[in-house]
Design a protein around this ligand. Structure first.
Ligand code: CA
Length: 241
């Protein structure tokens, strides 16, 4: 990894004079939890239940949207209209129930090591997720004890727009009390990368799913790594800046 040249590119593009990462803003699904295969199946099924076709690759492409935005996206492309509030509520509930019935969600390998190391070094850690899946949000504390509390979490309950809008990451910066050039975003989804880049934050994409690297590069990812393990292995170089 050529971290130095990637940082130079970042500085040139954003106009910042320095890059001093003090805060790490983590997406949840596909980054902290290996949950995306189950989300993809659950969305596909919940939308099929109301006669809307939505394949798993499209779920991955749209990952990071709020539930409402995902339903509207599917309705707009398939039915040519937005969904009603009641349809959104019912479909999202159905999706959450299907997810809970099929999910064997595991922590992302090496996420715990990464979080513990950052915490030990006094780095600020913030969760920034478009998810409102309560089963996963409560699992965060079990899986990564002492790391997350409401003060360092941005979820679908906090935001108005959601990813790909920069809003969730701007809120994440606020919660960490840092500027964009003092943070790093860790994302796996194109819309999440887009949101991080739009917030002017150095954005590292972990390609943990089924998408091609090009999709993440097209959204402006500063670095693309194949896994959380690779991120962990590169952490010394990333932190040495
Ligand atoms: Ca994600």
């Amino acid at each position: 990894m050529e971290m130095h040249s990637k940082v130079q590119e970042y500085l040139q593009k954003t106009g910042y004079k320095s890059f001093t990462p003090k805060a790490f803003l983590f997406d949840m699904d596909g980054v902290l939890f290996d949950s995306m295969p189950f989300h993809a199946k659950a969305w596909k099924q919940a939308l099929a239940n109301v006669g809307v076709e939505f394949d798993e690759y499209t779920v991955y492409l749209n990952e990071g949207r709020t539930g409402k935005s995902t339903v509207n996206e599917a309705f707009a492309s398939q039915l040519g209209r937005e969904a009603t509030d009641e349809e959104i509520k019912n479909i999202y509930e159905d999706k959450a129930n299907i997810f809970m019935s099929i999910a064997k969600t595991q922590p992302m390998p090496f996420a715990k090591e990464v979080l513990e190391q950052l915490a030990q070094l006094g780095k600020k850690i913030v969760l920034v997720t478009g998810s409102g899946q309560k089963s996963l949000l409560s699992k965060l504390n079990e899986t990564y004890p002492t790391i997350f509390s409401p003060e360092n979490m941005v979820t679908s309950f906090d935001v108005q727009y959601g990813k790909p809008h920069p809003e969730p990451y701007l809120m994440g910066l606020q919660k960490a009390g840092v500027n964009p050039n003092e943070a790093i975003v860790i994302e796996n989804a194109p819309l999440g990368v887009h949101a991080g880049v739009a917030a002017n934050i150095f954005t590292i994409a972990l390609n943990t799913g089924i998408l091609k690297d090009e999709v993440l590069a097209a959204e402006g990812a500063n670095i693309i790594l194949p896994s959380m393990k690779a991120f962990y292995e590169n952490l010394p170089e990333i932190l040495n800046l």
